[in-house]
Design a protein. Structure first.
Length: 85
């Protein structure tokens, strides 16, 4: 879906109209994997997530760190199953 010809055509039309009308191009992404692609297209406002995205990804990273540190110390620490992780 994110790389469909229809979406590419719509994005190109958006870029052309924004340049013609001197409008700032911006979008919301989740992560940084496509930042370079949109910088090359002329986007200058790029959000790389929202509050919930950042909370979940950072919390997940912290939980992973806890598991790793516990294992290095020979301790048993396991995450509980939740809807979030």
């Amino acid at each position: 879906m994110y790389t469909s010809p229809e979406l590419a055509a719509a994005t190109n039309k958006l870029v052309e109209n924004a340049r013609r009308n001197n409008v700032i191009l911006g979008l919301f992404l989740f992560g940084t994997s496509r930042v370079g692609e949109f910088l090359e297209k002329g986007f200058t406002f790029i959000s790389i997530g929202n509050d919930l995205h950042h909370i979940l990804t950072q919390a997940g990273a912290y939980v992973g760190d806890m598991e790793k540190i516990a294992a290095e110390k020979g301790k048993s620490w396991k995450r509980r199953e939740t809807a979030l992780f």
